[in-house]
Design a protein around this ligand. Sequence first.
Ligand code: TYM
Length: 486
Amino acid sequence: MKRILSGITPSGDGNLHIGNYLGAVRQFTQLAKTHECFLMVADLHALTTVQDQKQLQHNVETLILNELALILGELDKLGKSEDLENIIFFRQSDVPLHAELQTILNNVTPLGLLKRAHAYKDKMARDVMEDEINLGLFNYPILMAADILIYKPDLVPVGKDQKQHVEITRDIAGRFNRVFGMKKRNKEIKGQGKDVFKLPEAYIPEDVAVILGTDGKRKMSKSLGNIISIFAPVDVIRKQVNSTYTDPSRVHATDLGHIEGNMVFAYLDHFGNPGKVNELKSLYQSGKVADVEVKEYLFESLLKTFTPARKRYQELKNNPKRVKEILETGAANARSVAAQTMQEVREAVGLTNQYSFFSYEEVQKLSFKGAQSLALTKNITIDDFAKVEQRVGLVKEAVNVEKSEKLIRLTVDFANIGMRTIFTGVRPFGYTPEYFQGKKYLFVVNLVPRKMLNEYSQGMILAVDGEDGKPAFISADNLPVGVKIR
Ligand code: TYM
């Protein structure tokens, strides 16, 4: 399966507009049907401009909700609701390996390449002194190259404004491959060499490459105040629609109107019903429909398009636990893939040697435990896996084990297969017996019993890594007692 990767920076106030949706997010849910998708909230990138703790927290939280709500909303439309399918959604700073790769890529990136980058050039053109430009902004394309290359994607869906960054990424990847690539080292063995990095392609559908703002002149951008929001209150969206540039030469509804450059129709091409939009276009051109009516139809079409996402937004906002879980799973998967690439990079540049203890497996241990790894799981056969019996158990009794500072003894009911005694050593993390008492969790039950002090543990309670490495138990409250996990 081909892989795609993209990111959005939590700049501005973290809210997305229809330009971000058409230019980037929508491509994602469409490509997710046939591609493995990595989508990140590029929080480290925001530091180039957002240098206020509260503001950054707000922006990142807002963007997370915006993106997730849009993705889930689009999946709702496809009838695939809860399933994030092939989408790995994560926060950039949860995978610190991006920063390590950036440090390495710094060394194959020529200064001139960065000086030609738009973000830097634009600032310089505005007479900003070099001293006022931080190195984060200057180096931004290298971090973005690291973001991309570490996942070895085939495609990078972005708007046109990011095209240059993808080109710089290709350039840096090519340089790295030339300097450190296996091809170089193995050139005498024909066909044996393999480049570390794949050169990704930008994916920029022509019709959404640049979505113009409501002023009809410049790219839609929060900083220019020419946006149509997705999650703002409806009266704000109505105002934004009403202020959208139409045809300045048209004074009365009976005047013949122009479609070209008319932003209401430009947006309707994306959001309206094509039959109805064509009808409105000819009525407009023949002076038979007023601006207010086409704007009203745009407003309705936008609300219709984004109702599922707006609903999702509220749901997610009320359920921070679910948001965190999605991010944790995303980070775990992303780290697994990133760690594999970094192992190859370390080897290629010569950071590994005979005294290294940092093996591929060690790296994986450093990544989130409990990772549902895409690429790194040591393969076992399906038959082997089928032997691992996991069931839902109801904790009938939970007590601290005397003479132990760690253990809690759980007496667990598995309905059809009876009761088991299972120990868990989680008191050092602050867990008490009351936490488990009367609740349902997932257990592994067919392990060889293990001696704990002078008793045997007849299984294991499952947990994922929570905050600060504290185990977090997976509630099975909505599942029947004794049921087997397949
Ligand atoms: P950002 O946050 O500025 O924009 C997010 C995405 O939205 C697209 N976009 C638009 N597309 C069409 N018309 C518009 N008016 C419009 N406005 C925004 C952008 O092109 C982008 O695809 N550097 C990136 C974030 C990033 C990234 C990455 C992207 C960090 N790492 C790795 C891809 C891969 C940025 O600031 O995008």
